[in-house]
Design a protein around this ligand. Structure first.
Ligand code: GLY
Ligand code: MN
Ligand code: MN
Length: 439
């Protein structure tokens, strides 16, 4: 399926990357490999995020090569050849000609010819950028191509002197989302929000955690988002305290909360929403009290997402509200400053308040520049997801709190003067959730 990102934008990204590459260098980037699920059944194919970012080309068995200054074309794709017999079984292939015509590459060759052609392209370039150390099979292939050139030094060949990780250049570019990317991410966020609303409305019928997972998938698929961005977490009761709970097999119990952390992937872009709501449609007093602490922490963190602040500001803002809330409810004692300094909150809040979001749910990009937290700038996309988890066996707190797990997560993009929440179409106040569930 064609990408929702305009083809020109992919060309601009390749140009920008080439402009950042050292003179006399070449970049080599493989498509994702296909993975066997069992015997002759493959996992659904998902393109490598870096490859997707630079091409929008959705097939496996392809290699992108960027050769700044090459006379016969600076951007080259090796890909599968068209083959009517194979296409009858497995579907349409773009082929090298299609890669030039439809994907805007300068030049393209059959993937089967790469060993014959690529060493000649590397020869004379002093530096090779590639995903160094990511996949041992590809590492070996790069070395094999380099060895071909080394074997010809007596005939005057110049092998490259440096093999360099491509990620650093590329991942900094990926951190800043374009208007087209934000549009896709907003659409993904909207679909996921609708899915969470559907799950909330249907939770009252009881059933199992997987019953709600099915409701989410229904909405994702209905809107053409065929994959989740990560395995959906549906945790009823104390399962909500298990951060990466994906078993999703327990019955839902009246009186429990259910924590759903799920988002669709659209055009390879992730969305990532968490909501926590009562199976019965009504929060208990303890659930309400803890919930409102998490919600206030999330508001404070979202408020801290703006240019002028750095990456850790939203986390610090959330941490203050969460810790003060724990003190006010009697789950912690002492002063706020002491509880934060001693990390007394850690048994109840043990993760960060967010992560970069984009083609990967935990997206690429540095969080620190040198020793300093990264400044937030327009176009950066991140999640805001504070939580509180009272372990069912925590004997340091009153029994009434135990087994309550709450997280509230939204996706935001930094704007000129603040941020835009992409996932606000799903309610998150106690009143709004109860109203939706009563509907
Ligand atoms: N769903 C993964 C995360 O929230 O980080
Ligand atoms: Mn999440
Ligand atoms: Mn997240």
């Amino acid at each position: 399926m064609a990408s929702m990102i305009p083809m020109k934008e992919f060309a601009d990204r390749r140009r920008k990357l080439m402009d950042r590459m050292a003179p006399d260098s070449i970049a080599i980037l493989p498509a994702a490999p296909e993975r066997v699920r069992n015997r002759d059944v493959l996992h659904p194919f998902r393109q490598d995020s870096d490859f997707q970012y630079l091409t929008g080309f959705g097939e496996p068995e392809a290699v992108l090569v960027l050769i700044p200054g090459r006379e016969h074309g600076e951007t080259v794709l090796f890909c599968k050849e068209r083959n009517p017999e194979k296409e009858l079984w497995d579907g349409f292939l773009v082929g090298p000609e299609g890669a030039i015509e439809r994907y805007g590459l300068d030049d393209a060759f059959p993937i089967g010819d790469i060993d014959d052609i690529l060493p000649g392209m590397i020869e004379g370039r002093s530096r090779v950028y590639y995903p160094l150390g990511k996949d041992p099979v590809f590492d070996n292939r790069v070395m094999d191509w380099v060895k071909v050139i080394r074997s010809k030094v007596r005939a005057g060949a110049h092998p490259p002197g440096e093999l360099v990780a491509l990620e650093h250049l590329l991942h900094d570019m990926r951190l800043y989302k374009s208007a087209a990317e934000v549009k896709v991410m907003a659409r993904a966020g909207k679909i996921s929000a609708e899915a969470h609303c559907r799950a909330m409305k249907r939770a009252r019928k009881g059933g199992y955690e997987y019953s709600l997972e099915a409701e989410l998938v229904h909405t994702f698929m209905e809107h053409g988002a065929r994959s989740t961005a990560y395995p959906s977490i549906v945790g009823g009761g104390a399962n909500g305290c298990i951060l990466h709970y994906i078993e999703n097999s327990a019955p839902l119990k009246e009186g429990d909360l259910v924590l759903i952390d799920a988002g669709c992937e659209l055009d390879c872009y992730a969305s990532d929403i968490t909501r926590t709501f009562p199976v019965s449609g009504k929060f208990s007093p303890e659930q309400t009290a803890l919930y409102n602490v998490v919600l206030d922490a999330q508001y404070a963190a979202i408020d801290a997402v703006r240019p002028g602040n750095h990456w850790n500001h939203p986390h610090e803002a959330a941490l203050k509200v969460l810790t003060q809330g724990l003190i006010d409810l009697g789950l912690l004692s002492g002063s706020l400053d002491d509880a934060i300094a001693s990390e007394a909150y850690k048994p109840f809040f043990m993760h960060r308040t967010g992560h970069w979001l984009g083609l990967d749910v935990h997206d690429v990009g540095d969080y620190k520049v040198g020793d300093a937290w990264r400044q937030l700038e327009p176009g950066m996309a991140l999640t805001v997801e504070p939580g509180l988890y009272i372990a069912p066996d925590n004997e340091n707190v009153e029994e009434k709190w135990r087994g309550i797990g709450i997280r509230i997560e939204d996706d935001v993009v930094v704007t000129k003067d603040g941020c835009r929440v992409l996932t606000d179409a799903v309610p998150k106040t106690v009143a709004d959730i109860e109203a939706l569930m009563a509907d």
